[in-house]
Design a protein around this ligand. Structure first.
Ligand code: SAH
Length: 259
């Protein structure tokens, strides 16, 4: 019997003020909240005091809860009549495995509602004061993952670089820092080394940092500053607009030599 409800909610990139009103309402109505790693727990201020909160992420020293177990938990809770909210960082349908969860719940006869959130890449670029698209600098944007499933090759960066160059696209890479040298090398086959690039860590969060460099300087910048997750990599001419930023907003900017 399916008497409860299930809602996948995007908690945005970090700043709780970036939650949508729908997200806040869903959190307020939840009796069970399953909270992912990258979610800023400040958003739980809207949860009912008696709501059951389950943290299913890796932080705090635990291994992340296996996906199948989370889905089982969600299904069981909904069947018990709970209002289940699955809180995910950013948007649940951008590299958040939200699609898999929705499908598995549907197979169990449970329809999940989805509330979009602001994805990290969008917040990261906006925080630099530049757009993702621009009439003169980028005709579109590609959101890509730098992570490959074990045994799979992952994204073909040579092809991505060539496509971005031919079509004037902004590239936004999630989970790319650990493979940044490989990514850079592939992209350089299609894009000039002087193409502006940036890394934004903890976008919109209290600890946000960013580094602006060139495609040729990406890997060195990441290594030199020991940049760790969560961070997104942005490559494209839209970043030329960063020059126009007022200095007081560009703390943490590092410029490395362009190739
Ligand atoms: N669904 C999420 C993405 C999950 S994948 C979203 O829409 O934002 C996890 C990756 O997202 C991280 O490895 C990192 O690349 C990126 N990420 C998530 N939150 C971030 C943040 N606040 N700042 C920078 N990158 C972030």
């Amino acid at each position: 019997m399916n008497i409860g409800t299930c809602t996948l909610v995007g908690a945005g990139p970090g700043d709780p003020e970036l939650l949508t009103l729908k997200a806040v309402k869903a959190i307020e109505a939840a009796t069970v909240l399953l909270v992912d790693d990258l979610v800023n727990t400040d958003v739980l201020q809207w949860a009912r005091p008696d709501a059951r909160v389950v943290h299913v992420g890796k932080r705090g020293g635990c291994k992340s809860t296996p996906q199948a177990f989370i889905e089982k938990l969600m299904i069981a809770a909904v069947r018990e009549g709970e209002h289940v909210v699955r809180l995910k960082g950013g948007d649940p349908f951008i590299f958040g495995r939200g699609g898999e969860e929705v499908e598995h719940l549907r197979e169990a006869g449970i329809v999940c509602a989805v509330v979009n959130g602001i994805t990290a890449g969008l917040a990261a670029v906006s925080s630099l004061g530049v757009p993702l698209t621009h009439r003169d600098r980028a005709h579109g944007v590609l959101f890509l993952t730098g992570h490959a499933k074990p045994g799979e090759a992952g994204v073909d960066w040579v092809q991505v670089g060539a496509t971005a160059h031919a079509l004037h696209l902004t590239l936004v890479v999630y989970m790319g820092v650990s493979r940044i040298a490989q990514l850079q090398q592939g992209l350089l086959a299609g894009l000039p080394g002087h193409t502006p690039a940036a890394i934004v860590r903890d976008a919109s969060g209290a600890q946000q940092q960013h580094w602006v460099t060139s495609l040729a300087g990406l890997a060195d910048t990441a290594a030199h500053h020991g940049i760790a997750s969560p961070a997104v990599i942005i490559v494209g001419d839209v970043l030329h607009g960063v020059h126009a930023l007022a200095n007081d907003r560009v703390h943490g900017v590092v410029r490395t030599a362009s190739a």
